[in-house]
Design a protein around this ligand. Structure first.
Ligand SMILES: O=C(O)c1ccccc1NCC(=O)[C@H](O)[C@H](O)COP(=O)(O)O
Length: 196
């Protein structure tokens, strides 16, 4: 099970998550988020990371040029797209992408079904809301290219064991306050995910 720790705002949390085995770190470039980080601050963190860590930049309602510019400057390896896009728009972005499905019901789970995608619970704040999805929606769905997000915690990860997700993503469920990760929760979340 791959693990993304999202909403990284400081070097200490970034290095701790990597030491615990995180496969990816998420950097929120949406300035209305309590986890917002500037491209310059993200670059300072990313420049200190060891090899083989996916650096995911999160974008809400940004144009291709902005996405490309920020990702190139901050050394982001994949752009996570939190707004409605089609395949043509994704292809125009100059690096690997991760489309986000903000699911309101099971009918949303087949969007981008041939792609690796992050499936999150729909929320008005675009993400990081701590809201769960109904896992029954995934029964009978090929989850091998889905990264599950939304209200996950070290304690509730067990519930997703049988569904065959490619990975899991978490932000608020491993925080002490918004924008600050709790080291013990991060360590437990990653250990539990890797044992599924
Ligand atoms: O985390 C945020 O504050 C955020 C703000 C705006 C767009 C996306 C955002 N996060 C996206 C993520 O991938 C979160 O990790 C995902 O929504 C799960 O969050 P949580 O339910 O808090 O684990």
């Amino acid at each position: 099970m791959r693990v993304k720790i999202c909403g990284i705002t400081n070097l200490k949390d970034a290095l701790h998550a990597v030491e615990c085995g995180a496969d990816a770190l998420g950097f929120v470039f949406y300035n209305k988020s309590p986890r917002y980080i500037t491209p310059a601050a993200a670059k300072r963190i990313i420049d200190q990371l060891p090899p083989f860590v996916e650096r995911v930049g999160l974008f809400v309602n940004e144009g291709v040029e902005t996405i490309d510019t920020v990702c190139r400057y901050s050394d982001i390896s994949r752009a996570q797209i939190h707004f409605d896009v089609d395949e043509e728009s994704l292809a125009a972005i100059g690096l690997q992408t991760l489309p986000v499905v903000r699911a309101k019901g099971p009918e949303d789970l087949t969007k981008f079904q041939d792609r690796y995608r992050l499936v999150d619970a729909y929320s008005e704040v675009y993400g990081g809301a701590g809201e769960r999805l109904n896992l029954e929606w995934f029964n009978g769905i090929d989850c091998s290219k889905i990264i599950l997000a939304g209200g996950l915690t070290p304690e509730n990860l067990e519930q997703v064991k049988q569904l065959g997700f490619y990975g899991v993503d978490v932000s608020s469920g491993v925080e002490s306050i918004k924008g600050k990760k709790d080291p013990k929760k991060v360590q437990q979340f990653i250990a539990n995910a890797k044992s599924l």
